[in-house]
Write a new protein. Structure first.
Lengths: 486, 184
């Protein structure tokens, strides 16, 4: 009976053995926290009454969201002319916002799916909130093409159904692919997120103090009881959902880029777009993850779970994907010159020196190319203020990038007589600001009512979760077929 | 089986101090030849499937079937109208099977969508969930399973189950708080 190591012993042993291993990886959860501490700290966030700052923030973001909803209502009831769209700029802030929001979602899926397949255990501290961010970003994204159809009650034309003449939608159109890609992305993200939530909802059910909470968490936890016969299927489902989400997330922004790449406009008609868009999406998405998590970590004192190491790693991903994006920007200019196409060359000169010159210099060059270069330095990656500054630059820069691609491509048509300029109206501006309000309101509701960190997953990265390293019979090799859960 | 107080017995359970202890205990129960038993933990324990003598989950085959049905559905939805119901020539492109490259994106998305639904519903159905009530919840200590508790439970339905043998085995494997769990 007493041969068995308790959690205390395991922690002790871990402390002793890591002391003389200077190259050992730093722990993912600091200060030797145990299982119960993780449960208490993360459940505590939602079990305590809402703090005053939460109400203040929620009132502000909720009000902003209401402005957005008002603008949407006004636009739908009055007409698409309330936006600044006109010939030749038929896609303006609306599609810019769509691409901006859908791109932000990509970081959540990268963290939850791709990093899972790559066995990156540090993802466990951030995957839940990043996935939630994905869902809210995709919701905001879906608003724009939805209302951009003009007569929103005709939006069912996007569905694979015949219209009243028996004509079906054109399945060869990238816009149709987009409908399928975005709706599949949202649905699969919801399923993946909810699957991951089930064990944590069971934790909240077992801790619930009121009947209503017990009932609601009980319903959504589906009666989960942590049985290994259940975990066996659960882990397989989780692995497969990760495997399915990986090509899915790469496909979504590729398909979004096809909306542009299959057209004939200079700066749109390029083969580099799919990887360029995907890298940009992950780049912008990680910036948004950090934008949300750095304050949340400070407010809820989650420093032992979201450690400087996590922020460091996310900063490195921003640097990596930012470098992809910088490469793509450079390559676009090179190809414009190398192609010898006069329109293409003109379009890129126009990008740098035309009416939207400062969008390029500030948005693309400073925010997206130069600011992430700070992350080459460890000091910058470990300094919260620098990290936050770069993330805000990238958030803004990625919006500018999409604006430059979309409006920059449209406002100078092939014939100078059709040239124009895009001026956003107050409806354009407030609809976009409104979606920022919707997004932050939804995120505030999420951290209030659901565990923002995947408790059952963080517990796995603790040293005492390893059933093999500390058993009395010594180390057991990992048996074939056993799935490691990261 | 009933207790002297007249309760129907569901199982005998024990709590273990750590994941490693539970892992070793599972191997002992497996080797003792029990079939209707389970271990419960706040997170999946690596290697526990082998320790319990369970094979690989066959959920993957359900997901494969889901994916294939998604692919076929997409092919039907795309080729049905294009080739049969209402032939539509757009951009002078072919409408028959030769148009398939332009149909790939939707085929891919539908494959993923159906496979993901298959994975989600399969994990619930194969685990017998949702199941709001389960006899194991009658055990007060069991609440810790979603926090930091590690439990091993041998059901009374197991043909090898006798109270004496189960208790002896759970004790020998290092179990604590050995308890009879009631059915109701």
């Amino acid at each position: 009976m007493n041969d068995w190591p308790t959690a205390q012993d395991v922690v002790q042993e871990e402390a002793e053995t890591t002391a003389d291993r200077p190259l050992a990886r730093p722990p993912l959860v600091l200060n030797r926290r145990n299982f119960s501490w993780i449960t208490e700290r993360i459940s505590g966030v939602i079990e305590q009454p809402a703090p005053r700052w939460w109400w203040v923030c929620f009132t502000i973001t909720g009000t902003i969201a209401m402005f957005g909803l008002f603008c949407l209502g006004y636009q739908i009831s009055t007409g698409i002319g309330t936006w600044g769209l006109n010939h030749p700029v038929g896609w303006g802030w609306d599609i810019t916002n769509f691409v901006f929001w859908i791109g932000i979602g990509h970081a959540g899926t990268l963290i939850s799916a791709i990093l899972f397949l790559l066995r990156q255990k540090w993802r466990t501290s951030i995957n839940r909130s990043a996935e939630a961010m994905t869902l809210f970003a995709v919701m905001c994204a879906a608003i724009f093409p939805g209302v951009h159809v003009g007569r929103v009650w005709m939006a069912w034309y996007l569905a694979p159904l015949p219209n009243n003449y028996g004509i079906w939608p054109n399945f060869r159109s990238p816009l149709m692919w987009d409908v399928f890609a975005v709706s599949t992305y949202f649905t699969v993200s919801v399923l993946f997120w909810y699957t991951g939530l089930i064990p944590d909802l069971a934790t909240l059910r077992d801790r619930a103090t009121t009947k209503i909470k017990k009932f609601l968490f009980g319903v959504f936890a589906c009666g989960w009881r942590g049985s290994n016969r259940n975990w066996r299927h659960y882990e397989m489902a989780y692995l497969l959902l990760a495997g399915l989400s990986t090509p899915l997330v790469l496909s979504v922004h590729s398909v979004v880029s096809f909306d542009f790449a299959t057209s004939i406009l200079p700066t749109w008609h390029t083969t580099i777009f799919p990887p360029y868009f995907v890298a940009g999406a992950i780049f912008g998405g990680f910036a948004m993850v950090l934008t949300l998590l750095i304050p949340a970590r400070a407010i809820f004192k989650l420093h032992d779970i979201i450690t400087p190491q996590h922020i460091d790693k996310m900063a490195k991903i921003i640097l990596l994907t930012g470098s992809f994006v910088s490469y793509a920007y450079t390559m676009e200019f090179f190809v414009a010159w190398y192609s010898g196409n006069a329109y293409e060359r003109f379009a890129f000169w126009n990008r740098v020196l035309g009416p939207y010159w400062w969008y390029w210099w500030v948005g693309m060059l400073f925010c997206n190319v130069l600011s992430p270069q700070l992350f080459w330095f460890r000091w910058c990656r470990r300094n919260i203020l620098v990290v936050y500054f770069v993330c805000m630059c990238v958030n803004a820069g990625m919006w500018f990038e999409r604006f430059i691609i979309i409006v920059g491509g449209l406002h100078r048509d092939f014939i100078p007589s059709s040239w124009g300029i895009f001026i956003p109206t107050w409806v354009d501006i407030w609809t976009f600001i409104g979606t920022l309000g919707i997004f932050t309101s939804l995120f505030l509701l999420f951290i209030r009512f659901l565990p923002m960190i995947a408790m059952s997953e963080v517990k796995i990265v603790l040293p005492e979760a390893d059933a093999h390293a500390h058993s009395p019979n010594g180390h057991h090799p990992v048996a074939a077929g056993g799935m490691e859960r990261t | 089986m009933r207790t002297p107080a007249g309760h129907e017995v569901y199982a005998m359970g024990a709590e273990y101090p750590s994941a490693a202890a539970l892992y070793e205990a599972a191997k002992m129960v497996r080797d003792a030849g029990f079939k209707r038993w389970d271990v419960y933990s706040p997170f999946p324990i690596h290697g526990m499937d082998e320790a319990m003598g369970l094979g690989k989950s066959w959920l993957s085959s359900v997901v494969l079937a889901g994916g294939i049905s998604g692919l076929l559905t997409a092919a039907l939805v795309e080729f049905g109208p294009s080739w049969g119901l209402y032939r539509l020539v757009v951009h002078g492109k072919p409408y028959d099977w030769r148009t398939v490259p332009a149909f790939f994106p939707i085929m891919f998305e539908m494959t993923v969508l159906f496979a993901a639904f298959a994975a989600f519903f399969a994990v619930l159905i194969m685990n017998g969930l949702p199941r709001p009530h389960h006899p194991i919840f009658n055990w007060e200590r069991f609440k810790r399973v979603t926090n930091d508790g590690f439990f091993l439970v041998i059901e009374a339905r197991d043909p090898r189950f006798t109270e004496l043998e189960a208790r002896e085995l759970l004790e020998r494997s290092g179990g604590q708080h050995i308890t009879i769990v009631h059915e109701d």
